[in-house]
Design a protein around this ligand. Sequence first.
Ligand SMILES: CCCCCCCCCCC/C=C/C(=O)SCCNC(=O)CCNC(=O)[C@H](O)C(C)(C)COP(=O)(O)OP(=O)(O)OC[C@H]1O[C@@H](n2cnc3c(N)ncnc32)[C@H](O)[C@@H]1OP(=O)(O)O
Length: 241
Amino acid sequence: MRNPPVNSLSLEFLTELLISLEKLENDKTFHGIIITSDCPGIFSAGLDLTEMCGRDPEHYAEYWKAVQEMWLRFYLSNLVVIAAINGVSPAGGCLLSLTCDYRVLANNPKYAIGLNETLLGIVAPFWFKDTLVNTIGHRSAERALQLGLLFPPAEALRVGVVDQVVPEDQVQSTARLVMAQWLDIPDHARQLTKTLMRKPTADRLLTERDADIQNFVRFICKDSIQKSLHAYLEKLKQKKG
Ligand SMILES: CCCCCCCCCCC/C=C/C(=O)SCCNC(=O)CCNC(=O)[C@H](O)C(C)(C)COP(=O)(O)OP(=O)(O)OC[C@H]1O[C@@H](n2cnc3c(N)ncnc32)[C@H](O)[C@@H]1OP(=O)(O)O
């Protein structure tokens, strides 16, 4: 991912990601992809706050549809998808990594990962929650979501948000080793098993997709939510000054 400075998942970047995924899926010489970051120290800052702040309802609906599409397409991809997480990964960044089949995280205490939405005064939607529950179990997910926990590497490994923590200079090579192991499995059997495991979760969003967009637009348009997001963005900008 190369969307400096922080790989935020803007509408444009999400569209590029989806086009890239589609191209790779349509090229039958590809069997797997490794998602990693070109921004030093940051895997992805998550959803782009500027797409959710100070815009009109039509824009929010279009943006949310793209976020849903990213989740659906990566979560259900027939390719083996591995995240080589070489930086901090809050909220939507964590969600993107949770769509992958395997997560390798660099062992740097700054590289926290988690669904921290509540800390921003917003609520992770049911399909964010379902993805986390499927990964770490109900009790750990409930605690992590309510408290908006961002896990440092050792904790992330203990709770199961990531599958492996390795020295920073070994993230890419480890992801490639893991890829080789996953690609050794007969493709059709692996793909069908992935579908079996993930389709019920994806189907829930597919059947409630429009309602979910409407919920998002209603929620994000609230004055109180706009104020919190605006204040949060300002705080991020003032950090430098
Ligand atoms: C009833 C139920 C209804 C449910 C309805 C749905 C509810 C809504 C659900 C929404 C789910 C949201 C998911 C998300 O992903 S929200 C985004 C969460 N992300 C964060 O909190 C991360 C914020 N960023 C940071 O903490 C830091 O930037 C970071 C640690 C990633 C990097 O720090 P660093 O010091 O290296 O860089 P800066 O902070 O100086 O940032 C550089 C510039 O980038 C801008 N920035 C940062 N993050 C974002 C972002 N997520 N979106 C847009 N822009 C971002 C930052 O402002 C700086 O900009 P300037 O250069 O202009 O100052």
